[in-house]
Design a binder for this molecule. Structure first.
Ligand SMILES: Cc1ncc(COP(=O)(O)O)c(C=O)c1O
Length: 366
């Protein structure tokens, strides 16, 4: 084997996005022990910064694992085998929640609605009336497979009238879109480090309500996974720093730096950068007469879905972009497979010059 050298790619797919160079540099700091008091200081700052990012007064931490580890941890901890769980399902990642819930033996009530549109909140209202014994409601804030932003505030109001806990996927929305964890009555939110936070993949920054924490501590049976037990993870990240597993120390350095950079930029400015670049991309795509299938009211800024013209071969086109232009874009998933391209502008990949580059390529090649 030779020393590893990877050339920079312009990553404009659905994630991961490029990591900020300062974030990557921060990872080359010396390793500290996961129980070292100096490391606890770093951990405490990351925790407080995540609480601020999610807008919660309760708990925050980062799981060692990708976004799906947060998904699996939430489903493992917030309901017990046989409990009723409503999953709002309007895309590929919602369907992944259902697959995981099935493995955990939860009684799933899937609320399936059309891909590419926001789910009508009255579906959830009706389902909770029909199933008042529901223990957990699960929804996705930014569905990366369809490029749709779901109104979580409205769903949260509905869930708050029931006894159910409320869990949200924020993998694509974190740091790219406003999330008001406490105000929206969320009990558990998970995300990923690799998109709008501009960190490498490998951590799942989460927030958890005190209500969810108490539920996990007091449930009849312990969560089936020790590693993903959110109460144990929270006890390590809390002021007592109760030991659990060896956390991904260098990834936490990276998260620290990405949160510091976010603070420096300002959260509103970060959201606005995503908005402005997405608007520029959408205007350019429309100008070259490409179709944007998602309605303006439902669109995500972080990810734009564009209909693939019939004369273009999906795989050939995306490979050409990689090999001739050094640019990655995403393919369609699930109901959208083979029908669309997905262009992500997230975190470090969300730059005006990249929008110019991808529009140039589309003009030449389509
Ligand atoms: C909305 C959403 N949820 C969950 C995931 C899974 O995250 P990961 O691939 O980091 O496990 C993704 C990945 O892109 C996603 O976009």
């Amino acid at each position: 084997m030779k020393p590893l050298k990877v050339n920079k790619r312009i990553i404009l797919g659905p994630g991961p996005s490029s990591a900020n160079p300062d974030v990557l540099k921060s990872m080359s700091n010396p390793i500290l022990g996961y129980l070292d008091p100096d490391f606890f200081k770093i951990l405490d700052e990351v925790r407080e910064s995540l609480k601020n990012l999610y807008r919660t007064k309760d708990h925050a931490f980062a799981l060692s694992g990708s976004g799906s580890s947060g998904m699996e941890a939430g489903l493992t901890c917030l309901a017990e085998r046989g409990d009723k769980v409503i999953v709002c399902a309007y895309g590929y990642f919602c369907e992944r929640q259902i697959l995981m819930a099935e493995r955990l033996g939860l009684e799933i009530i899937p609320l399936r609605s059309e891909w590419g549109k926001q789910m009508d909140p009255s579906l959830l209202e009706d389902a909770l009336k029909q199933h008042p014994d529901t223990k957990l409601v699960v929804a996705t804030h930014a569905e990366t497979s369809t490029g749709v932003l779901q109104n979580i505030e409205e769903l949260g109001k509905i869930v708050s009238k029931s006894d159910a806990l409320f869990m949200i996927d924020c993998v694509t929305s974190i740091a790219g879109t406003e999330i008001l964890f406490d105000d929206w009555n969320i009990d558990f939110a998970y995300s990923g480090s690799q998109k709008c936070l501009a960190s490498p993949p490998g951590l799942s920054p989460c927030a958890m309500s005190e209500k969810a924490y108490q539920y996990i501590k007091n449930r009849k049976t312990k969560p089936s996974s020790w590693y993903l037990d959110l109460s144990l993870v929270n006890d390590y990240w809390g002021s007592e720093h109760v030991p659990q597993y060896t956390v991904a120390v260098s990834s936490i350095y990276a998260l620290y730096e990405s949160l510091r950079l976010l603070d420096e930029e300002g959260i509103e400015n970060r959201w606005n950068r995503h908005k402005v670049n997405a608007e520029k991309l959408r205007a350019g795509l429309t100008e070259i007469e490409l179709n944007l299938p998602i309605s303006p009211n439902d669109r995500l800024d972080q990810l734009t879905v564009v209909t693939k013209p019939d004369h273009i071969d999906d795989v050939e086109f995306r490979n050409k972009l990689i090999y001739d232009y050094n640019i990655e874009i995403g393919r369609g998933l699930g109901d959208f497979a083979g029908k669309v391209f997905r262009i992500g502008l997230m975190g470090e990949s969300c730059k005006s010059e990249y929008v110019d580059q991808i529009l140039d390529v589309f003009r030449k090649e389509i």
